[in-house]
Design a protein around this ligand. Structure first.
Ligand code: AMP
Length: 337
């Protein structure tokens, strides 16, 4: 089959605009699957040749037969995986870009940590019980999305005080709080070329963590503000150039480990979420094994993709190009999972 026989589709949220725009730029037909009432951006920005509206995420499976008939290739993104759950994503029978099995490794905090540690990546300390807390910690609840519902504490007593608001919750992790700047590194690894690319960096714009500094410490105490990390958007960052070799090294190493964890390993877009401290030490607190929203500022390419491509290359477009090259080489299987 030739490229014109395929349609690229994703769920209308997260990074769908750049995925669909990138697919169009690479010559694919595009389809946006939108929850009812949420399709206007995909129509307005003209990125979707077609829009199908569904009532709820699980209705995806009701249209799957149709997607299969039409040679649709599904691109997973953060909201897609989070709305359906990685277990349901594994059940998808339509063509799916990327290795499904690796999504379990990123969705489960224990497995994710094992993956990072096996790759020699520096990770923040974990406290098994609140009694062990002896420094500033961040408490993260499992299934918390977009940084919502985390809290900070710096002693066992403070932990229990804050935890009162979360009575009944028992699935959480207590992680050392690293003082530094958050940096999210966006990668792309192609199974066709075996090459690793650094596509760009971002930092998140989080409420109210990014607004607390706008008022004096005294006012923060007076109005009893507690820090929260709810994501509202992403801000582009260019990294100090001397740090780039390490960024590449870390990317290679998580790819290599992933190949021991699951068949075919991780490929396509992924992201290491890090804090860089004052000694320029990198602390990775999360890995995302699919496209991240931090790539959204770069619909027209990032400074890094410009160096490599001399044409606008978003992560969405890079992904579509991977599929296009796989089709041309008669190796589509190599990018599906
Ligand atoms: P997450 O949901 O794990 O991506 O974390 C949400 C936000 O919390 C991040 O963007 C960081 O700003 C912050 N954060 C998470 N883990 C740590 C940590 N160990 N030390 C300092 N800040 C953190």
């Amino acid at each position: 089959m030739k490229q014109a026989d395929y349609t690229i589709a994703t769920l209308g949220s997260h990074t769908a605009l750049q995925i669909l725009k990138g697919a169009k730029d690479e010559g694919f037909k595009t389809l946006a699957i939108c929850l009812k009432g949420r399709s206007e951006p995909y129509r307005s920005y003209n990125v979707a040749d077609e829009i199908i509206e569904i009532e709820k995420p699980s209705d995806f499976f009701a249209i799957e037969e149709e997607l299969i008939k039409r040679n649709v290739i599904i691109i997973p993104h953060g909201s897609f995986v989070s709305y359906l759950g990685h277990k349901s994503v594994c059940d998808i029978k339509a063509m799916h870009y990327g290795t499904k099995a690796i999504l379990e490794w990123e969705s489960n905090r224990t497995m994710e940590r094992q993956w990072l540690k096996k790759s020699g990546i520096n990770v923040p300390r974990i406290f098994e019980t609140p009694e062990e807390i002896n420094c500033a910690v961040i408490v993260k609840f499992h299934g918390a999305h977009g940084g919502k519902g985390y809290f900070l504490a710096h002693s066992t007593a403070e932990f229990y005080e804050r935890f009162k608001e979360y009575t009944g919750e028992d699935d959480y992790v207590i992680q050392e709080y690293i003082v530094g700047v958050p940096i999210y590194a966006h990668y792309f690894y192609s199974r066709l070329t075996s090459e690793l690319e650094v596509m760009g960096f971002d930092k998140r714009y989080e409420s109210n963590a990014d607004s607390i500094g706008r008022i004096a410490a005294k006012d923060q105490l007076d109005v009893n503000i507690s820090t929260s990390y709810t994501i509202t958007g992403n801000v582009p960052v260019v990294l100090r150039e001397s740090l780039l070799p390490l960024v590449f090294e870390m990317g290679h190493s998580v790819i290599k480990t992933s190949q021991d964890l699951v068949e075919n390993g991780l490929f396509g877009p992924f992201c290491l979420e890090m804090i860089i401290d004052k000694n320029l030490k990198f602390w990775t607190f999360e890995i995302s094994a699919r496209i991240v929203a931090g790539t959204n500022p770069y619909v027209n390419g990032s400074p890094y993709t410009w160096l490599r491509y001399d044409e606008p290359m978003s992560t969405g477009r890079r992904l579509a190009r991977d599929i296009k090259e796989a089709i041309e080489a008669n190796q589509l299987d190599k990018v599906l999972g």
